[in-house]
Ligand binder design. Sequence first.
Ligand SMILES: Cc1cc2nc3c(=O)[nH]c(=O)nc-3n(C[C@H](O)[C@H](O)[C@H](O)COP(=O)(O)OP(=O)(O)OC[C@H]3O[C@@H](n4cnc5c(N)ncnc54)[C@H](O)[C@@H]3O)c2cc1C
Length: 413
Amino acid sequence: MENNKVIVIGGGAAGLFAAISAAENGADVLLLEKNDRCGKKLRITGKGRCNVTNDCTTEEFLQNVPSNPRFLYGALNCLSTQDVKDFFEGEGVPLKTERGKRVFPVSDKAEDIVSALVNACRDRGVKIINEKVLSLIIEDEKIKGVKTHSGERYADAVIICTGGRSYSRTGSDGDGYEFARSAGHTVTPLLPSLVPIVCAGKLCPSLQGLSLKNVSLSIIYKNTQKEVYSDFGEMMFTHFGITGPMVLSASAHIPDISSGRYEARINLKPALDEKTLDARVLSDFSKYANKDLINALDDLLPQKLIPVVISLSGIDERKKVNSITREERKALTDVIRSIRLSLVGFRSLEEAIITKGGVSVKEIDPKTMESKKCKGLYLAGEVIDVDAYTGGFNLQIAFSTGKLAGQSAAWQE
Ligand SMILES: Cc1cc2nc3c(=O)[nH]c(=O)nc-3n(C[C@H](O)[C@H](O)[C@H](O)COP(=O)(O)OP(=O)(O)OC[C@H]3O[C@@H](n4cnc5c(N)ncnc54)[C@H](O)[C@@H]3O)c2cc1C
């Protein structure tokens, strides 16, 4: 019997893994990538360091997938987080595990991950051509191949690995959704996730460029005062609102951000409880007893924040520290412990780390990643309606679904 011919559309995380897996299972594999090289998005992951997976159990993993986690059981069974680690170590990329079980290459170079994947493709005989796929060729609900500028290319199976629609300059600009639609698939609404947040008011623009470390951020649903997210770490103010690792993570926990339903609360001194913070302020006040308040907080807060915090606490910034009352001090520490921002929206899909939504999981067989609408058509990666929080989960989803789709496509009758 002749080997299956498999075409993989897209040379990102899912496509490269799908191609490796299909080739390992005996298929003749052609990978078509529209950029002049593969892995353009992969190269910028984890700020160029590539958080390649998360060293956690499958149960923990699925708790980090807010959309359609159960769909991923089969894929994670096919390629676990440990398997991904073994794969890269086996390809000569040593890995290390950091805070939150996040796994990175020891070299801190995403480029090493891309090279390992591309070399693994070449070693297994995958042919990579830099060509944009224009459409699918489908006859009687069965895939026949794809059309490109250079003509028609035929195959027994085609795997759509075209990614989401964010950071479109990396190549993932949504072609895959159109391919899936042409095969009869439903695409659920495409929304930004892991995305900067727009805030009301002038506070953020006045603090533009200020980065905060070791602060805590809580997101509160105003109606019920329920806390939907809380973390400790880094964030940044911008001309429109807030961004940074904690903010991106927080965005995935906010289902409907419209009309100011949520509020962010920033604790600038989360390590100090109310009493300890008050004692700390008192000690600074005795040190700077004869100064104006505006000149007495340098030891406690970043320069840019001082006038903002004083103004929010309602105290005259020119008031002498030795005449500040206990109530005023309480107002000041209350602000330091909880700067409040009303959230009004997300930035665009283009600025999002991840696209939420995509090809409906109801129309894909979770045991094989084959389309239920078109025989021989498979899907993998972000094009599918699954998304996860930060921590290496999204790349693992791409690798796992890619591997499962690749082997299924190679074996299909
Ligand atoms: C700034 C940033 C940082 C990130 N950091 C991390 C991280 O550290 N850890 C993590 O787990 N996740 C991270 N992610 C998310 C992760 O990069 C994606 O989830 C993952 O790349 C999705 O893989 P994919 O293969 O589905 O899509 P992509 O990696 O986007 O690959 C899709 C490929 O398909 C190609 N393509 C599209 N259309 C066509 C066509 N018509 N013909 C031919 N080729 C086509 C594209 O050019 C592209 O190369 C990050 C994302 C961004 C934007």
